[in-house]
Design a binder for this molecule. Sequence first.
Ligand code: NAP
Length: 248
Amino acid sequence: MAGVVIVTGGSRGIGAEICRLAGKAGYSVCVNYRSDREAAQNVAELVEAAGGKAIICGADVAQEADVKSMFRLVDQELGTITALVNNAGIVGKVGKVEELDAERINRMLAVNVTGAFLCVREAVLRMSTAHDGKGGVIVNMSSAAARLGSPGEFIDYAASKGAMDSMTIGMAKELGDQGIRVNAIRPGLIDTEIHASAGAADRVERFRDSVPMKRAGSAEEVAKAALWLMSEDSSYVNGALVDVAGGR
Ligand code: NAP
């Protein structure tokens, strides 16, 4: 048995593919979602069809009480987690820096940064050998935006992903001797619904030519990197920021 994984934002896009491949690899999977229960249920069915066990859990990762309840549910239903994928993330509408307001920036940071921290804390309390755990792996879904900066689009989002890179480096160093590896993936232009959420459904088409490989990536191509980082095949990879961005 491969282990027990929580995939935040597992109901759609990249997270859904991570859940599906984790199911195929034999993981028991908690498919987290915020609002789209039906989508999460569909993913859970895919996980089970692929050979894994699945539960769904509605929790806003920005809400501390929701995160605690999610981890308790997983303790009860699936057992102690061995892997956490901090994948849930939001983006605001495309716009310039002078259009940003505190409400938008704070929500961005609450979901993309605070949410990831809260999930890591709960994971460490269960995985760390310093807390009588058996170790585990954490994968943070950052973005190429962390190094590109997203000018004219969503610098607040890019900054939240820059924070995720820093978290990954610090956590890898802090937790390395507690049996926990922490790495990040920085996807580039990936064909999911997130672009429509930013009010730019044509974004993949518009930016395709800026990618050296002249195409967007698929959610599955990112998910394969996540599964590798979760596996023993990456046993000496810690604190890495893995670009899955077609060279962009
Ligand atoms: P997506 O298709 O928009 O899916 C986002 C997922 O996150 C959904 O399952 C959504 O659930 C969930 N979610 C949103 N807010 C949440 C919250 N507060 N609590 C729990 N779950 C929440 O996004 P995606 O493109 O797959 O992106 C996944 C991750 O990859 C994000 O962190 C994103 O920043 C990163 N990324 C994406 C790209 C890209 O080009 N697609 C590039 C670089 C990085 P509901 O539907 O229930 O709200």
